[in-house]
Design a protein around this ligand. Structure first.
Ligand code: NAP
Length: 235
């Protein structure tokens, strides 16, 4: 008989916000809408944040100074060196411009969505497999995690709330590595959202465009209800 369940991130009794974070340094690829919103939120949450653009750091230095003060524009190779987590916030049709060897051995958060009007038709992503599962095949040796894709970039700042606030919104984190998922669940919590385990990458289709939670403000119980999958999470 199969059981239906999700797991949730439970900060320690004294609240993990008062303890050193599991991850400290985050490199973000993409200085666009999501990349800069996440950079601001992560700086506010106490992370060391590096941002990588499509060209040299000088091309985004002013943008980062103005839109994400406290974050630092860096070249890709320097940014990933020593980073605990790397976030991919580039358009999906540009994903192959990120060199796979840079992400080997890293926990990588994929925030990308497949939007045919923006990305054009991408055969690999059009056949129904969850986007992040397909992205993970491009980055051998990276621990790929899906998060922040089902919230609008502007809501990352307007919707964050303190832990325990009655309006606190929940966001899901999916991935095949339990340790990588834990790292990102904590990051979601520290930024200001209830963090819900969304299962493995094969189970992450529910988070995508057209899925039941995409772009919807949900509390933790509501998100858990929507994501309830049969059996155990596949990580
Ligand atoms: N907008 C949202 O509310 C939202 C929410 C959740 C998820 N998403 C997803 O997140 C992804 C990014 O969306 P966005 O709205 O932030 O897009 P965006 O505003 O167009 O920003 C994308 C940025 O990525 C940069 N870029 C391209 N290739 C790069 C590379 N190899 N290395 C580093 N940077 C690179 C682009 O630089 P150039 O302009 O120089 O090419 C651009 O600054 C998309 O897949 C989107 O579907 C969006």
């Amino acid at each position: 008989m199969s059981t239906t369940r999700t797991r949730q991130y439970s900060p320690s009794a004294s609240s993990s916000q008062t303890l050193a974070p599991l991850a400290r340094t985050v490199a973000i690829f993409g200085a666009g809408r999501v990349g800069t919103a996440l950079a601001r939120s992560l700086v506010a949450a106490g992370y060391d944040v590096r941002v990588v653009g499509s060209g040299p750091p000088s091309g985004i230095a002013l943008i980062i100074d103005v839109l994400a003060p406290g974050a630092v524009a860096m070249a890709a190779r320097d940014a990933v060196h020593g980073a605990d987590v790397v976030i991919l916030a580039v358009p999906l049709h540009k994903v192959d411009t990120v060199a796979p060897e840079l992400l080997r051995g890293k926990v990588v958060v994929d925030v990308m969505n497949y939007w045919e009007p923006v990305d054009g038709r991408l055969a690999d992503f059009a056949d129904g497999d969850p986007t992040t599962q397909v992205v993970s095949t491009r980055f051998a040796g990276a621990e790929m995690v899906k998060a922040f894709n089902h919230i609008g970039y502007h809501e990352i700042e307007t919707d964050r709330r303190e832990s325990g606030h009655h309006e606190r919104r929940a966001l899901a984190v999916a991935g095949d590595s339990r340790a990588a998922v834990e790292l990102v669940l904590e990051m979601v919590h520290r930024i200001g959202f209830d963090a819900v385990d969304g299962g493995g990458l094969a189970q992450s289709g529910a988070l995508e465009a057209g899925g039941p939670v995409f772009g919807v403000r949900l509390s933790r119980p509501a998100l858990e209800r929507h994501l309830a999958f049969d059996g155990e999470p596949t990580h």
